[in-house]
Design a protein. Sequence first.
Length: 426
Amino acid sequence: MGSKRMEKRVKTASNRRRGIAVSAALLSSALVLSACSDDSGGAEGPGKSEPSASADGQNNEPDAQSAAHISITPQHGTENAGINNDAKVSVKSGKITEVTMTATADGTEVEGEISADGRTWTPSSQLERATEYRVVAKAEDERGLETSENSTFSTVSPENSFIGYFTPEDGSTVGVGMPVSINFDKVIENKAEVQSAIEVNSTGGQEIVGHWFGDKRIDFRPKEYWKSGSEVTVKLGLDGVEGSEGVTGVQSKSFSFEIGRSQVSTVDVKNHTMKVVRDGKQIKDIPISAGSKENPTYNGKMVISEKHKETRMNGATVGFTDDDGEGEYDIPDVPHAMRLSTSGTFIHGNYWGAPFGEGNTSHGCVGLKDVKGADDKSTDGYWFFENSLVGDVVEVVNSPDREIAADNGLNGWNMAWDEWVAGSAV
C-alpha cells in the first residue's frame, strides 16, 4: 500500500512539472507573436522575414554570377586554324572589357579591336602560319559582374596551306595587255573551288574569264584588250578553301589596278622596224635588230612584265653556252631592258653594236639603239623605255620562229578566245 501511494505522488509531481512547461511555452509563444506584430496588430506574412546573417553582418547567400557569356573561336585545342578570319571573341548578355592574344612561343602580343557595341573582338592583322596562340578574354554584364574565358589554338602550317602570288601590283597603272596572273605555291586539285573564290571585275564592263595553265597557275583576261581608263578589282577569297586534300587557302585579300592608255608596238623582223601605236595612232617608227637566223625571235603577242633601267644578261642562264660551259655572252649593264617572256626574251637597249634597221643579229631579243649607262635621252632605247608601261603589248611578226607559247610569260593573248574559255574550271 505504501508503495502505491509513493508512485501516485511521483506521477502527480511529474504532471505538475509538465503543466508548468506547457504554460511557459504558451507564454513564450505569446511574446514572440507580440514581437512580430506591427502597430495594427497584424503579423508579417511568410517570405517577408530578413535573410539570415553571420556574426559579422555579411550575407550568407552564394556569390552572384555574371550573366555575360564569352565565346572564343577557334575553340581550345583547335589545330590548322585559318590566319585571317577564324580568330574572334564574342559575348552575349554583356560587353567585352579586355582581350589579350599572344603567341605562346615568344609572347608576342596580337593587337585587336573591340567593336563599338562591345560585343566582339577581332585581331587587327593577319596571324602567322604554324603558330600557337593563347586568348584570354574578360567581359562584364550590366550589373558590373565580371567573367573570363580562354582558349589556345594553332594556325595552319605552310605544309597544309597554300597562297597565290599575283601580278600586277596593287595600285599600279598598267598597259591594256596586262592579265591578272596568280601563281600558287602548291598544286591545286580543286580548281573549280579555287577559281570560284577569285572574283575579277572591271569598270569597263568586259566579260573576264580565268584560264588554268597547269595545276599551279591561273590567268584572267577579257576577250579583247582591257579598255583604257578602266579599273580592275580582284578579290581573293581563298581563306579556308581546300585547294587539294588537306591543303587549304589562307588569303583573304583585295587589290586593284588602273588600265592606262593603249599602246601596242609591232616588231617586223623581216623589215627590221618597230611601229609604236598609241590609242590607235602611230607615234613612232624605230629601227630594230631582232634574233639571228640561228636564234630567231618568237612570233606573237608578248606583254611587258618587267622593266629594268639596267640589268645583267648572261647567256648561260638561258642555255647559250660555249664549249667550256661559259655563257656565249655576259653583259653586266644592259640598258633599258623589258622582259617579254619567262624564257628570256627581252626588248632592250644595245650599246655594243648591231645593224639597227638593216639586220638581225641577237640571240632572240629585240634590240634598240642605246648607250652605255642608259642616260642618253636621245636614244631609241631610252625613249621606248620611258614611254612603255608594264602590261603594254609588243607583237612580233614575220619571224622564221614559231609563235610563243601562251604560258611563256604573260602571253595568253596568243590563244583564241574559245580555247581560252575552255581552260576555265567553272
